[in-house]
Ligand binder design. Structure first.
Ligand code: FES
Length: 84
C-alpha cells in the first residue's frame, strides 16, 4: 500500500505574503515540526494563485482556504491532520 502524502501549497505572492502568509508559513512549519509530520506532509511555496482578492490563500490537497490568518491556520491544520 502506498501512503499518499498530503500537500500544502501556501501562496507566497506579494499580496498574500504581505497580508499574512509570511506568518502563516512559520505557523505551518512549527505545527509540522511539533507533530513530527515534516516527512508526511509536503509544504510548498507557490506563486500567486490569481485569487488575491480572497487571500491570503492556502491550499491543502484539493481544498482551498481563503482569508487565512496565523490563528485560523491552526484550526485548519487540526481539521486536516488532527487524526493523523
Ligand atoms: S498573491 Fe496570493 S493569490 Fe495572488
Amino acid at each position: 500500500m502506498t501512503l499518499v502524502r498530503k500537500e500544502i501549497k501556501i501562496c507566497m505572492g506579494s499580496s498574500c505574503f504581505s497580508r499574512g502568509n509570511r506568518m502563516t508559513l512559520q505557523v505551518i512549519q512549527q505545527y509540522l515540526k511539533d507533530h513530527h509530520m515534516e516527512r508526511d506532509v509536503i509544504l510548498k511555496g507557490h506563486h500567486c494563485f490569481g485569487d488575491c482578492s480572497t487571500g491570503p490563500v492556502v491550499k491543502i490537497g484539493p481544498r482551498v482556504y481563503e482569508q487565512v490568518t496565523g490563528d485560523s491556520i491552526l484550526e485548519i491544520l487540526e481539521n486536516e491532520f488532527g487524526t493523523m
